[in-house]
Design a protein around this ligand. Structure first.
Ligand SMILES: [Zn+2]
Ligand SMILES: [Zn+2]
Length: 137
């Protein structure tokens, strides 16, 4: 795997592909779980990277602000995940932090139906499902 698509994703989001951003985004790619700054920092350090926790945190936040990462809050801690770019919802495992993406279609019908009934015009919605994944059960 090359580093190119990751750098391109950063540029497309209007971010300069710095070494830290590349390495953080690279390590989140193809990863099924959402990860906290602390855990990611420990992993990067374990892999020999010299990067501070504050830098990891700032980098994750910047990537999330740019729309490159989805943010999950758990026990008042934030966890980050590189999801697909198409609108989707999440199934979140509370044991292993694995996140599965749900296609929007299933939820969209319900959103519009519920909004219609209450005379709401929909401007956005969030729908994540929390539970225990099939591997953890
Ligand atoms: Zn997502
Ligand atoms: Zn699980």
């Amino acid at each position: 795997m090359t580093v190119r698509p990751v750098a391109q994703a950063l540029r497309d989001a209007g971010l300069r592909p710095t070494r830290q951003r590349l390495s953080v985004l690279q390590s989140l790619r193809d990863r099924p779980d959402a990860v906290t700054a602390q855990d990611l920092h420990a992993e990067l350090r374990g892999a020999g990277a010299s990067i501070g926790l504050t830098t990891v945190y700032r980098t994750l936040t910047a990537l999330a602000d740019a729309g490159l990462l989805d943010v999950f809050t758990r026990d008042s801690e934030q966890a980050f995940r590189r999801c697909g770019t198409v609108h989707h919802h999440h199934l979140v495992c509370e044991t292993c932090n694995k996140v599965e993406e749900l296609s929007a279609a299933e939820v969209e019908d319900w959103v519009h139906h519920a909004a219609d009934r209450h005379g709401f015009e929909v401007t956005g919605h969030r729908a994540d499902i929390f539970g225990i994944c099939s591997e953890c059960r």
